[in-house]
Write a protein that binds this ligand. Sequence first.
Ligand SMILES: [Zn+2]
Ligand SMILES: [Zn+2]
Length: 191
Amino acid sequence: MDFDAQDFSLVWFHAPQLPDLDVASSSLSSQILNQNADMDHFLHLQSSRLRIAIMEEEARQREITMQRCETRANALLLHKDQQIAAARDRKMELQRLLKSAELEAAAWERAARERESEVAELTKQLMEATSFCSSSSSTSVLKSCKVCHGGQSSVVLFPCRHICCCRSCEPLLDHCPLCQSLKEATLQVFI
Ligand SMILES: [Zn+2]
Ligand SMILES: [Zn+2]
């Protein structure tokens, strides 16, 4: 409701007509209330928009953070996968080395057993030879070197295991003078 100066003068002139003032006041109050309601509505709308904008920004920041975390987690997982693969390769290499070492140890053990049996057999033969020589009447013949016939037989030839030459003649021999076997190794003995 418009309220200009003329209306006011009329109102002022007819002062007793107080109800018009009440009407104007009521209209003004109504306008103020309406404006307040509009302002409240506007503020409420702005508040809602601001709240939505904040929520959207928070969601966007959350998404960015999640992406960063995901990227970092993927990098860590890849690094761990590489470490696991390297450890697996290392384990396989160690298992291969262990198996090789076990095979080598078994071969050495087998060779040691063979050497022990050879030593036992040689010891037995030496004891038999010593016993026979000590009881034989032809000791000097048995002990004499089959090469020079002057020195004492004191070297065992391998692999035939004959004791048939002296220490001086042994280096000159490629074969056993008794059985003609190829000399592969020798052992000095004391009879
Ligand atoms: Zn000799
Ligand atoms: Zn021989």
